[in-house]
Design a protein. Structure first.
Length: 150
C-alpha cells in the first residue's frame, strides 16, 4: 500500500466528521478539577474540566487543540464520558493504549467508537495526541476525588 493510500485511510471521512463535531467543547464555569495535557512531539493540547457526583462524572468540558486524530479521539470521549466512573475511564485509557501500541482490540463500549483510530497504530508520532483526552480526563477525575476528600 502506498504512503498516500495509507494517509487517506488514516484520515477517513468518519475521523474528519468526529474531529469537526467534538461534544462538550466549552469550558465549565466552576469545575472541581481542570487538567491540561500536551503531546510534546506534535504540540497538541487538551484541557479537561469536570465535576463528579456519586463517583461518576456529572459535568464535563474539553478545549481541544489537536490534530484531526486527537480531535476524533476527544469527540468519542466527549460523547461517552458523562456518567462514567474512574475505573471505566482508566479501563478505556488502558484499552486505547493497548490498541495503539500492542495491536489489541478497540476499547469496549461506551468507548468503542475509538475503533475508528485503529489505522493510527502505524503512526506512533500520533499516539500521544490520540491519548490526550482520556489521559487528561483520568487525571482530572483523580484530582476531583482528592479535592472532594480534602
Amino acid at each position: 500500500m502506498s504512503d498516500e493510500t495509507d494517509l487517506i485511510k488514516l484520515y477517513s471521512a468518519k475521523i474528519l466528521d468526529l474531529a469537526a463535531n467534538i461534544p462538550h467543547s466549552t469550558r465549565l464555569d466552576a469545575p472541581m478539577a481542570t487538567v491540561k495535557r500536551r503531546a510534546p512531539l506534535c504540540g497538541s493540547t487538551v484541557t479537561v474540566d469536570l465535576n463528579i457526583q456519586d463517583g461518576r462524572i456529572s459535568d464535563f468540558a474539553q478545549d481541544v487543540k489537536a490534530c484531526a486524530l486527537g480531535q476524533a479521539a476527544a469527540s468519542v470521549v466527549g460523547a461517552a464520558v458523562v456518567g462514567r466512573s474512574l475505573e471505566q475511564i482508566e479501563a478505556a485509557r488502558s484499552q486505547l493504549r493497548a490498541m495503539l501500541k500492542d495491536g489489541a482490540s478497540a476499547p469496549k463500549a461506551p468507548f468503542d467508537g475509538l475503533a475508528v483510530l485503529e489505522p493510527a497504530r502505524d503512526y506512533k508520532n500520533r499516539h500521544a495526541s490520540i491519548m490526550l483526552s482520556l489521559d487528561a480526563t483520568a487525571e482530572a477525575f483523580e484530582q476531583a476525588l482528592q479535592s472532594n476528600c480534602a
